[in-house]
Design a binder for this molecule. Structure first.
Ligand SMILES: O=C(O)[C@H](O)COP(=O)(O)O
Length: 210
């Protein structure tokens, strides 16, 4: 009996390394990102955790990270991929350097675009918008597997996972900026049969650079 949900952020991408807003753009993993993906697998193995269901977004950096984890752990699984788990759409900020945007629009506005619950980047999604597409998918596709006594691994993105974590952990919108998941980090939840969360913990650090 397991009922364990694991959320892992993809390894570092080329856009993360260049400090640009990534959003729905589709850069590859860097060398460091590849190492982070292998490290996620090693960490899970170290805890004796073998996922039996795996989800990923439809973006390359998440699918590649999930594939490395699956192959390192020799798991005979198909990775279920969905764009419902994609990164928040950063709209017109996509591809722009984060430090340059902070200089142009100010640190406060940039922080609001990056970390508030309701602030929408121009032509992009707020974190609330991102939650509104992640949560139905979580309730429909992911939670039923967890409650079916599975160990479920979801490989996705900084903001699609933040949105999910906020709801799972009851973090109010006013505290949105306190929730962070770095590249290669793993958040683990154990569930009770009634779908309540019994415990939450980090299996790997959440203080990545991006
Ligand atoms: O899309 C991005 O740029 C990153 O995945 C997350 O960026 P953020 O830390 O600015 O939200």
């Amino acid at each position: 009996m397991s009922r364990q949900l694991l959320l892992a952020r993809h390894g570092q991408s080329a856009a993360n390394a260049a400090d640009v807003f990534t959003g729905w753009s589709d850069p590859p993993l860097t060398e460091r990102g590849l190492v982070e993906a292998h490290t996620i697998a090693a960490t899970l193995a170290g805890f004796d955790i073998m996922p039996d269901v795996m989800f990923a977004s439809a973006l390359h950096r998440a699918i590649h990270t999930a594939t490395i984890i699956r192959d390192d752990l020799c798991l005979p699984l198909e990775i279920v991929s969905s764009d419902a788990l994609n990164e928040r759409d950063y709209g017109d900020l996509t591809g722009m350097n984060k430090a340059e945007i902070a200089e142009r629009y100010g640190a406060e506005q940039t922080l609001a675009w990056r970390r508030s619950w309701v602030s929408e980047p121009p032509n992009g999604e707020s974190l609330r918008d991102t939650a509104a597409r992640v949560l139905p998918y979580y309730l429909r596709e992911i939670l039923p597997s967890v409650l079916d006594d599975r160990t479920v691994l979801v490989v996705a993105h900084g903001n699609s996972l933040r949105a999910l974590m906020m709801v799972l952990e009851g973090v109010p919108p006013s505290a949105a900026e306190t929730v962070e998941i770095g590249t290669g980090a793993i958040r683990s939840y154990m569930f009770e049969p009634n779908s309540r969360i019994a415990s939450a913990s980090w299996l790997a650090g959440h203080s990545g650079v991006c």
